[in-house]
Design a protein around this ligand. Structure first.
Ligand SMILES: [Fe+2]
Length: 368
């Protein structure tokens, strides 16, 4: 169970929830959750609930301590402005990438302000090119000056239009490229009991695609969002280093909680702070009266009214923690988030709980 506080206190385990300048309270984990059994995991997954697997990778990640240190150095040098291409042409990356994944080019995309550097690779077998246009893209998670959160995303083809479900061969090669740069990925992909649990959960051997390596930094993290995409079932998120705070709940429950919160007397004062304009407050309350409208609004690219509540309102964050939707992930913990479809997917928001960026792996889960 996670306890939320409005301000700092004497609890030595307390962690600050501050993201992009918004102070959203403090949390501490009163007790570590228990490891759920296979039956519970399956039932929760089918019921669109986020599932935490505490410490399942603790032993596995100890075997990748050197690689996790290298990843941390890659992130730090990138933050210092070092070119990623030059780093990947040096050890330990050069020998891991050769001979299968020659680095073809790297670009600084001007049309994408969040792009740090995008690197293109071919895949070769016996000196023959077997696939082109595999890429690793490093991006900022926000435009906030004091948020150094970044990620490395792996995919192929035209970004934004890539239909990963339609090209399993290149999708697999993009996953292998991730393994070459971040070998600690095997802590998930080669983990016998995690794979067994996931196979039992989805009814087929798991495959891990659309891989992203996150470095959530102090004052950073991710706003409330979902990850629904064609062809995958959900997300496996694993903390390698550092710790993160989470709220994760299926969209119908998120709507329930928005409606429940707005019905509370104390929501009035809370709302005034995040939506000072009376018309905006009124508009959000009107949306919340009609579930269809609220649903459409949340799904819209611009959903500033509910965003004010979900991402900037400490009282609403407190409300969600009090309802039991919070998690604290430490190294070795895994969080599973089903993404069945747009109506039932688990929405989630992430906070960095440390003084420096930590590393996490986020892989989409699909049947093999
Ligand atoms: Fe996500």
């Amino acid at each position: 169970m996670i306890q939320w506080f409005s301000r700092s206190n004497d609890d030595p385990t307390r962690k600050e929830l501050t993201r992009r300048g918004f102070e959203l309270g403090w949390i501490s984990e009163q007790t570590r959750p228990d490891m759920p059994d296979a039956k519970t995991i399956k039932a929760k997954w089918s019921g669109d609930e986020a599932i935490m697997l505490p410490g399942i990778l603790t032993t596995a990640i100890a075997q990748y301590a050197a690689e996790i240190t290298h990843a941390h150095q890659l992130m730090e040098k990138t933050l210092n402005g070092d070119e990623i291409a030059a780093q990947l042409e040096a050890e330990p990356y050069a020998s891991r990438l050769a001979p299968k994944f020659p680095l073809i080019s790297s670009v600084f995309e001007e049309h994408d302000e969040q792009c740090i550097e995008k690197l293109f690779f071919d895949a070769e077998k016996n000196h023959e090119v077997i696939a082109e246009d595999l890429w690793c893209k490093a991006s900022w998670l926000s435009f906030h000056d004091d948020d150094a959160s970044m990620r490395f995303r792996f995919s192929f083809g035209m970004e934004g239009y890539e239909d990963v479900a339609a090209d399993p061969a290149r999708q697999n090669l993009a996953s292998e490229l991730t393994d070459a740069i971040f070998p600690e990925s095997a802590a998930i992909t080669e983990h016998p009991s995690l794979n067994q649990l996931l196979e039992n959960m989805i009814g087929s051997k798991p495959a891990y695609t659309e891989r992203i390596i996150y470095f959530n930094a102090p004052n950073g993290g991710a706003q409330m969002h979902h990850d629904v995409e064609r062809g995958h079932l959900g997300v496996v998120f694993a903390q390698m280093h550092g710790s993160t705070g989470w709220l994760a709940l299926a969209k119908p429950k998120l709507m329930d909680e928005i409606q429940a919160f707005l019905a509370l007397q104390e929501s009035e004062a809370a709302l005034i702070k995040v939506l000072p304009d009376i018309d905006a407050q009124h508009a959000l309350r009107e949306l919340a009266k009609d579930r269809n409208k609220l649903s459409k609004h949340i799904d819209a690219f611009d959903h500033e009214l509910s965003e004010a509540l979900m991402d900037r309102c400490p009282e609403f964050i407190q409300h969600l923690f009090a309802q039991g939707y919070g998690h604290i992930l430490k190294p070795g913990d895994v969080l599973l988030m089903p993404q069945r479809d747009i109506k039932n997917c688990v929405w989630h928001t992430v906070f960095c709980l440390d003084d420096e960026p930590g590393e996490a792996l986020s892989f989409a889960l699909r049947t093999r």
